[in-house]
Design a protein around this ligand. Structure first.
Ligand SMILES: Nc1ncnc2c1ncn2[C@@H]1O[C@H](COP(=O)(O)OP(=O)(O)O)[C@@H](O)[C@H]1O
Ligand SMILES: [Mg+2]
Length: 104
């Protein structure tokens, strides 16, 4: 691991990592899932946010049950009084990765 990343992870502060590329199929979702897992394995608490309507990360972390969840980040974006905390979902990797999912 790059030493700058290693040093910054030792400190106790919140960091946001955005994985963005216009092109599809270049490994954004794969990178996001693996970075989230790697950070969780190093003891960090991770909130993974999926705002891609393809919902591949949502499906990978929550399985097909994601299709039955009543609300998603879609509702937070559209409804003024819908707080983000209402849709944070624990994942199978309990106490390490929480999730903001999107409804497909
Ligand atoms: N480092 C990699 N080496 C080989 N295949 C990869 C790698 N990263 C992603 N893939 C594969 O490439 C495809 C697209 O990856 P994905 O993460 O879904 O891209 P994106 O989210 O940018 O659309 C998937 O089938 C994934 O398994
Ligand atoms: Mg993707």
């Amino acid at each position: 691991m790059n030493s700058w990343v290693h040093q910054s992870m030792k400190r106790d502060f919140q960091r946001t990592i955005a994985i963005v590329n216009n092109k599809g199929g270049v490994g954004k979702t794969t990178s996001a899932l693996n970075i989230a897992s790697g950070l969780a394995m190093r003891g960090r608490k991770v909130l993974l946010i999926d705002i891609d309507p393809q919902a591949n990360a949502s499906l990978a972390l929550l399985g097909p049950d994601v299709l039955n969840l009543p609300t998603s980040i879609y509702d937070v974006l559209l409804e003024e009084d819908k707080p983000l905390r209402d849709i944070i979902t624990p994942t199978l990797i309990k106490d390490s990765i929480w999730f903001l999912h999107i409804r497909t």
